[in-house]
Design a protein around this ligand. Sequence first.
Ligand code: IPD
Ligand code: CA
Ligand code: CA
Length: 269
Amino acid sequence: MKYSNELATAKKAASEASKIIQKYASDQSFDIDLKGKNDLVTDADVESEQKIIQILQQAFPDDHVLAEESSAKSTLPAGRVWIIDPIDGTTNFAHKFPRYCVSIALWEDQQPKVGLVLEVASQELFTAVKGEGARLNGKEIQVSKNTDPSSSLIGTGFPYRSLHLVDNYLQLFKRMMDKTHGVRRPGTAAWDLCNVACGRFEGFYEYGLSPWDVAAGSLIIQEAGGVVCDWEGGENWLFGERIVAGNSSLRDFLLKEIQDCFEPEQLRK
Ligand code: IPD
Ligand code: CA
Ligand code: CA
């Protein structure tokens, strides 16, 4: 299998990071700092990230790293880049709400090649390699085949840093309540995307996201037969801060609803 060494190393890094996070979770002794409004970082985030980077750099010293707690949100350098979120769902972690993930992706020449999301509390491990399908704890997964919005479950996140689009978001939320089976907001975008990949959610949308939130989960969706795009229907979802994903019918449905609720200039960064 292509990228088998990369996937094995990412699994090892995630497993070591998970042990660090679990230790902090059971001791309940960590400092919480604020990077910005409602933007939390704990000792566990920092230590988890250091461990992941150490393991990846030891195995692949020439690769680049884009990691939440130590990198600027820039563009992707040419070549191979590991995109890392050491804890996706830090607010959940800080409040002892058991949904927080390690997310690790390898991108090469601007394309996703390997994706891994480990939900630490349940130890659900989602993985994908480009062209090789997607797996949950080693078992192949597929997106939902349900194409009917009215019997679909939709995942989203609530923006909490930049609130300038909230009125439009609430309008969209109202439509979702009216037109679908319901909306869920687990609080970890990486895991939300994986819930689309394994068919629990038919679709997902959110704005205000960073590359490390979506880099792994999006490949896992694509390899499970789903689709991902930005809010204009284009490819700028890694740095564009807006994403919509699902099986292709639900992605199309969500995209239309989003475009009805936001002004054209609000659909891009
Ligand atoms: C956050 C989570 C959350 C999403 C936020 C992200 P963090 O990541 O993915 O679900 O709504 O926009 O920033 O800060 O916990 O790594
Ligand atoms: Ca994150
Ligand atoms: Ca994080």
